[in-house]
Design a protein around this ligand. Structure first.
Ligand SMILES: [Zn+2]
Length: 191
């Protein structure tokens, strides 16, 4: 979506309220970014503000599982005429009245007089997307390495509940007595 600065000048209060609703490709947003924004023109430039909501699909950096995170961003971006912008020069730190330093939220008005609102929203969503992703307090933590090969034998021996072959614990004394009570039973089975 684009807004012409000249159009704003012709509106009552130099203000345009509009509903923004666009898919943002190349971001992690899986729903369209939607919100009500307004663009206001004044002698010192154009201010775009409002709120944008969307839903991100992220991958947890710990458990690597995908999860969803809703995003609600306050937009407040100013476009000022180039003469208002001061790019700090080396050894010159003084700032004159009415001049603004270039930062993330102040940009020069484009020469063609067309504001790219999509780009404003796109940058806001990109900035608000976390760099470290965590699925939350319920995170199961790093996944166990699925080797499937060498450690397989160990796992089955552990899970074989009835198997006493590998059990090298000393025989319970009471069980010893039972064995001596029925020596014939034991020898029958073995022959
Ligand atoms: Zn997680």
């Amino acid at each position: 979506m684009k807004v012409q600065v000249d159009d704003l000048k012709g509106l009552p209060h130099h203000r345009l309220d509009f509903v923004f609703r666009e898919e943002l490709s190349e971001t992690q947003a899986i729903k369209p970014a939607v919100g009500e924004l307004s663009a206001m023109w004044s002698a010192s430039g154009v201010r775009v503000e409002g709120q944008i909501k969307t839903l991100l699909k992220l991958n947890c950096d710990r458990c690597l599982n995908p999860y969803f995170q809703s995003l609600s961003i306050d937009i407040d971006e100013r476009f000022v005429p180039n003469s208002y912008l001061v790019i700090p020069e080396e050894g010159k730190n003084e700032k004159h009245d009415g001049e603004l330093l270039r930062d993330d939220f102040v940009e020069p008005l484009p020469d063609d007089g067309i504001l790219d609102i999509t780009d404003v929203v796109y940058q806001a969503v990109t900035l608000a997307t976390p760099t470290y992703c965590s699925c939350g307090d319920e995170c199961p933590g790093p996944p166990e390495r699925a080797t499937g090969g060498a450690s397989g034998g160990k796992a089955t021996a552990k899970s074989g509940a009835g198997g006493s072959k590998t059990d090298d614990r000393p025989i319970d004394p009471r069980w010893k007595n039972l064995k001596t009570l029925f020596p014939n039973e034991d020898s029958k089975e073995n022959s």
